[in-house]
Design a protein around this ligand. Structure first.
Ligand code: ZN
Length: 416
């Protein structure tokens, strides 16, 4: 009964009344009878360890797989819920972005997660991206690490959770070093490091797993700890993430007016990971390598987008709307020419990029419809699909029509 009056006293001085439906009791050294009695009087539930705060286990030891079951199950549930729908790659990518965002913002900021849990999260996301569910991603077309490269580097700019978790730990160390006003930082200083300096602190055997993980980070590049204090988490992450050289073509597909669904298929074609029939033939999935858009030659990336009669006719028609001629006969030439000449923010550049990504998507869609649905569209119908997509995307946009080139383009593409 003594404990209950303490709680009443706490209420009197703080005004905080404990909500019995949200409170749990954890007992040590009490007889089961007294615990039952206390439970009866207080209305609290019996809790089991570890204590969780908003779903997150409060422990300083290494989190076990069991501790993280909630996290993994939550992600699985969400992905499973989405897998029932037939979603485009672009939608899947955005959903993954939101999953990873919540993991990195909710779990990583508060905890140091073991690597195998982070790997599990990545694996679930990767399966969902390529397959739309959690079936194995046999033959995943590019690695998850590659997808986590920035868009300028050829990836899709997803956050690598492992690196993000490390960035969060470095941020925490910076807070400790700066004597940040967090209660936890004050606790660490008083009870763990005591009078010792963080850099020279020698951990005893009683130091927890998470503190040890923090101490290991002392080996990281020191400049990140000493650089300006205004460095945000994102800057830290960017400073420690693995980078690769920029690709020349990223501006062709990622530009302010891009249509994600189309840009993503163009991205796959640029990396040559679309399952074209020449590739399927090579790995023995298909026995027929003929292009269904012309029924003439073997389907490859170069053929389907550059040399196929349907492609040549379609792309020439698109360019002629801009008063231009089709000059590229092979894929590499087409991409190099576009990367080096479609520059700046002019209306012409935007239309070229929009129509090119739509062209790639539309040809690929046509190929799939012919194979899987036995549905055929004519060159003119495909051209109209491209015109319509560009027209809708640019409709009502602020365009300087006093410029003659712009006004001609608006007429040709029927932009209002
Ligand atoms: Zn063809």
């Amino acid at each position: 009964m003594g404990v209950l009056s303490v709680l009443d006293f706490f209420y009197e001085i703080s005004g905080l009344h404990l909500n019995s439906s949200k409170c749990e009791i954890f007992s040590v050294g009490c007889s089961p009878r007294s615990v039952d009695l206390f439970q009866l009087i207080s209305g609290f539930k019996k809790g089991c360890l570890p204590v969780r705060y908003l779903g997150i286990p409060l422990v300083t030891r290494k989190l076990t797989e069991k501790d993280c079951v909630v996290l993994i199950e939550k992600i699985k549930q969400r992905l499973h819920h989405w897998s029932a729908r037939n979603l485009s790659y672009a939608v899947r990518l955005e959903l993954i972005r939101s999953v990873l965002f919540s993991v990195s913002n909710y779990w990583c900021i508060q905890l140091i997660l073991p690597h195998y849990i982070l790997a599990k999260v990545d694996q679930l996301c990767s399966k969902f991206f390529w397959k739309g569910d959690d079936k194995p991603t046999k033959g995943a077309r590019v690695s998850w690490d590659f997808i986590c490269f920035s868009k300028a580097e050829g990836g899709l700019g997803l956050k690598n959770t492992k690196i993000w978790n490390k960035a969060c730990s470095i941020d925490l160390i910076r807070k400790i070093l700066a004597g940040h006003g967090l209660l936890w930082v004050a606790w660490l200083k008083t009870y763990v490091f005591k009078d010792q300096d963080f850099w020279n602190f020698i951990a005893g055997s009683n130091v927890s797993w998470s503190i040890n993980r923090l101490l290991k980070l002392r080996l990281t590049d020191l400049s990140i700890f000493s650089s300006s204090s205004s460095l945000g988490l994102r800057d830290i992450w960017d400073a420690i993430r693995i980078k690769r050289e920029k690709v020349s073509w990223h501006n062709l597909i990622w530009f302010p007016m891009h249509i994600p669904k189309f840009s993503l298929i163009a991205w796959m074609s640029l990396l040559n990971i679309l399952p074209t029939r020449d590739r399927l033939l090579k790995i023995g999935i298909s026995t027929d390598g003929t292009c269904v858009n012309c029924r003439d030659e073997q389907e490859s990336r170069n053929h389907i987008f550059c040399q196929c009669t349907l492609a040549v006719r379609l792309w020439s028609s698109v360019l002629s709307l801009n008063g231009m001629k089709n000059a590229s006969s092979i894929w590499e030439e087409m991409v190099n020419r576009a990367s080096s000449t479609w520059k700046g923010k002019s209306l012409l550049t935007t239309i070229l990029k929009l129509s090119w990504t739509t062209y790639i998507y539309t040809l690929w869609e046509e190929r799939n419809q012919r194979i899987f649905k036995d549905r055929h569209r004519s060159t003119n119908e495909l051209l109209n699909v491209i015109i319509e997509a560009v027209r809708i995307q640019l409709k009502g946009k602020n365009i300087n029509r006093a410029d003659r080139i712009n006004s001609n383009l608006c007429n040709a593409w029927d932009i209002t």
